[in-house]
Design a protein around this ligand. Structure first.
Ligand SMILES: [Zn+2]
Length: 457
């Protein structure tokens, strides 16, 4: 009789039902707790959590305190912290000169409107400069200065260029927070001159950059698995806790980053807290990590990739949460729905679709964003190393994206709790299934990740 009951229980689980204990775990995810944590994490006192900053350090300490309260095992090199030394570079102002010329006009660019980062002094005399908003060939770039005017600040540009500059607005938060890491030109006049002319040239004199170092931290905790065979394998749940900091002028100067990505961060905390109280715990170990430096080019997750806290070969999947709080998407309200980037890249998606059915959330493919946004968040750093990794998102594009109005009262907390319950159900399944998810080798866009996975294992 007993074995029959066990058989029946296994059957209902396979057909897609949560056990009472799993249901109880999901019910611990609370809208009020999410609101409470996010109202602190995105408060003005944390000054937009730029990498590096005191606000970022305060956020890290807060996340560690929540992991401690949940009873997670510390997984860093210093308790819950994985400490990285970051080299911050600044353009050397001494002797700086930049002139852009075209069609008989010449513009002298003030030092404050550029940021050129270099190991040794650069001296250019009348070098051709072209604007590019899409990837260009090595031949087209050879011997030229390239001014990148496309979206994002990490395009693949050939090394044959003399120098690559990013066109930036002085008030563009994304490029502002990146100025210590990317070459930027913020003179609107010079940018317009280069874009409007075919014969633009640049002369430049700049000394080697000034450098100082800063300590920044990923925050990591483990919920140790219960199965003797599977507990040494890991599922990751991640989000970035940094944002883009502050602007220099305006009544409201603080980019609070409540949705981007305070929402993902408090969701990681909430799900960790819910699953930590399960008895027995999920079979595999679950590694909860919040990253610094996403907004300056996936710096924290790349650092993790080079210094994994648990072996990547034993890390079966990473679910990365981004912008899961706002439901007022520019494409219309997004309640009870979530999507993953790289939707057809791996089996992870199927697990989340099933978790969605169990929790009343529609997990769908966003045709426009699925593949295009795969490289836009920290999942990319793990995918490059072979770990099946996706970013789960509710609203890609919302009114206050990278704006000072991205504040905690605008979050839909009831919906966020519902999404988090779905994510928790997916994590339980990923942590319970003996067969780890695989990359979809039939999809050419995923083949390089499948190859990386083979190398890893
Ligand atoms: Zn983000």
């Amino acid at each position: 009789m007993r074995s029959l009951v066990i058989f029946a229980a296994t059957l209902t689980l396979a057909a897609g039902q949560l056990t009472p204990d799993e249901q109880a775990a999901l019910q611990r995810i609370s809208p009020d707790s999410l609101r409470g944590n996010l109202s602190f994490l995105s408060s003005d006192l944390l000054e937009g959590r730029a990498t590096p900053s005191r606000g970022l350090d305060l956020a890290a300490e807060f996340i560690a305190s929540r992991f401690r309260a949940a009873g997670l095992e510390p997984a860093g090199d210093d308790g819950y912290f994985q400490t990285a030394a970051l080299t911050i570079r600044e353009q050397n102002p001494s002797g700086f000169e930049m002139t852009v010329a075209a069609g008989g006009r010449a513009i002298k660019v003030p030092a404050a409107e550029s940021s050129i980062l270099t190991d040794k002094a650069i001296s250019l005399e009348n070098v051709p400069v072209i604007a590019a908003d899409h990837e260009i060939s090595a031949d087209q770039a050879a011997g030229k200065v390239i001014l990148w005017t496309g979206r994002g600040h990490r395009p693949n540009l050939p090394g044959s260029a003399v120098l690559v500059l990013f066109a930036a607005s002085v008030f563009d938060p994304e490029t502002r927070s990146s100025r210590a890491f990317f070459n930027t030109l913020a003179s609107a006049d010079a940018i317009a001159l280069i874009k409007g002319a075919k014969d633009a040239r640049m002369s430049l004199r700049v000394e080697a950059s000034l450098e100082h170092s800063a300590k920044v931290r990923n925050v990591a905790g483990i919920l140790r698995g219960s199965d003797p065979a599977l507990r040494d394998t890991y599922v990751m749940l991640t989000a970035h806790y940094d944002h883009v900091g502050m602007r220099e002028t305006g009544e409201d100067r603080i980019y609070n980053g409540a949705n981007d990505d305070g929402s993902g961060t408090v969701s990681v905390i909430e799900i960790a807290n819910a699953l930590a109280a399960m008895n027995p715990r999920p079979k595999r170990s679950i590694l909860f990590v919040t990253f610094f430096g996403e907004e300056i080019g996936l710096v924290g997750s790349r650092y993790y990739g080079r210094h994994p806290l648990e072996p990547l070969a034993k890390t079966v999947a990473d679910l990365n949460l981004e912008q899961v709080g706002r439901t007022d998407d520019s494409e219309g309200p997004q309640q009870g729905t979530a999507t993953l980037t790289g939707f057809d890249f791996s089996d992870v998606t199927k697990v989340l679709i099933e978790a969605g059915k169990l929790t009343g959330v529609k997990v769908y493919k966003n045709e426009k964003a699925s593949d295009a946004y795969f490289a836009r968040s920290d999942n990319q750093a793990l995918a490059d190393l072979g770990v099946p990794a996706h970013t789960l998102c509710v609203a890609f594009d919302y009114p206050d994206y990278h704006g000072v109005g991205d504040e905690w009262p605008k979050i839909d907390y009831a919906n966020m709790a519902k999404i988090d319950r779905m994510v928790a159900a997916g994590l339980i399944e990923l942590a319970s299934d003996a067969a780890p998810p695989k990359w979809n080798e039939q999809n050419s866009a995923a083949s390089k990740y499948a190859a990386a996975a083979k190398k890893l294992r």
